[in-house]
Design a protein around this ligand. Structure first.
Ligand code: GDP
Length: 301
């Protein structure tokens, strides 16, 4: 059994490779819920939906958001009638979100995800990190911003001063999943807004200490491959590099995968984590995703 901690872009790329080389029924994926909120009357759990679509081969993997070849009739109509949406939600994607909203209000988020995963033919377990809603604020030079306003309305451009999020309860089953796994994989996801929220849940760090944990750096050189991770790390005073990421996971990490371009950082990373693996971590095609997944699986003692 393998557990993966995931956000909504870097780790799903790795999941595409992992599901080709590991029996999907052996995978449990614990997904970040920090950014979940209601938009246009539906509950949007972007990272969970990305993982659902990735595992069912429906994902728009150019954007890492929504369903491939989706239409936007409702989105465009909403704009025409003076009801523009902040998020560009496709029609098929909206149907998933409407169903999830209804299921969630009846059974809670975990059960809603379980039902949807089953309907999509997914054999892996997909568990939201929490059934509670988080409150996240990005403190910027323009004042305190909602996460999606920062990301979409302001295109991650404001200077970030701090990132604050509330503490929520872990959902049922995640501590046991971690403890009962042969390995936990922390994919190359945003360490501040995707992985830290999972790590901050009661009991998660302690459980990770009892399990073999391997992580992939989302930072190559001194920048993130995509998204605002480097801005958030800088704001929190963390070195923007694989060394900085290693320091965040130091207390439980057994092995750390850094990119071939970061060979010069190996000695410094090694002072923090004993086992350092250097390989290509840029997953721009299925072979690269499978290779990285294979290296990770082969490292499990
Ligand atoms: P979010 O929920 O959309 O923010 O997505 P994640 O947290 O899952 O992933 C964002 C992180 O993935 C960013 O920090 C990127 O640097 C990293 N990332 C994206 N693609 C790749 C890749 O191909 N290789 C590596 N090493 N990191 C990646």
């Amino acid at each position: 059994m393998i557990t993966v901690l995931s956000g909504g872009t870097g780790t799903p790329k790795l999941l595409q490779g992992l599901k080709e080389i590991v029996d999907p029924s052996e995978l449990t994926i614990i997904v970040n819920t920090l950014e979940n909120d209601y938009f246009s009357g539906v509950y949007v759990s972007a990272d969970i939906d990305t993982v659902l679509y990735t595992m069912s081969d429906m994902i728009n993997d150019e954007l890492w958001y929504g369903v491939k070849d989706d239409t936007f009739i409702t989105h465009e109509r909403l704009e025409e009638i003076g009801c523009p949406e902040l998020l560009r939600i496709g029609d098929v994607d909206r149907a998933t979100k409407i169903q999830k909203t209804q299921l969630m209000e009846k059974y809670g988020l975990s059960k809603a995800c379980e039902i949807q995963a089953k309907n999509m033919g997914i054999k892996s377990r997909i568990i939201p990190m929490s059934n509670e809603n988080s409150d996240i604020k990005i403190i910027t030079d323009m004042g305190e911003l909602e996460f999606h306003d920062f990301l979409i309305k302001y295109q991650s451009e404001p200077e970030v001063i701090d990132v604050k999020f509330s503490q929520v309860k872990p959902s049922e089953g995640i501590i046991d999943a971690i403890k009962n796994s042969d390995a936990v994989i922390i994919g190359p996801s945003n360490p501040i807004t995707s992985i830290s929220p999972i790590l901050s849940l009661d009991g998660v760090r302690e459980a990770l200490k009892e399990t073999y944990v391997i992580a992939v750096s989302p930072i190559i050189g001194n920048d993130s491959v995509s998204g605002p991770a480097s801005k958030f790390m800088k704001a929190l005073g963390i070195e923007v590099s694989s060394v900085g990421v290693a320091s965040l996971y130091e207390d439980f990490l057994d092995a750390f995968v850094i990119d071939i371009q970061d060979e010069d950082k190996k000695v410094k990373v090694n002072q923090i984590i004993n086992k350092v693996i250097i390989t290509n971590t840029i997953m721009n095609n299925l072979d690269a995703k499978k290779n990285l997944a294979e290296i990770i699986i082969n490292s499990i003692p």
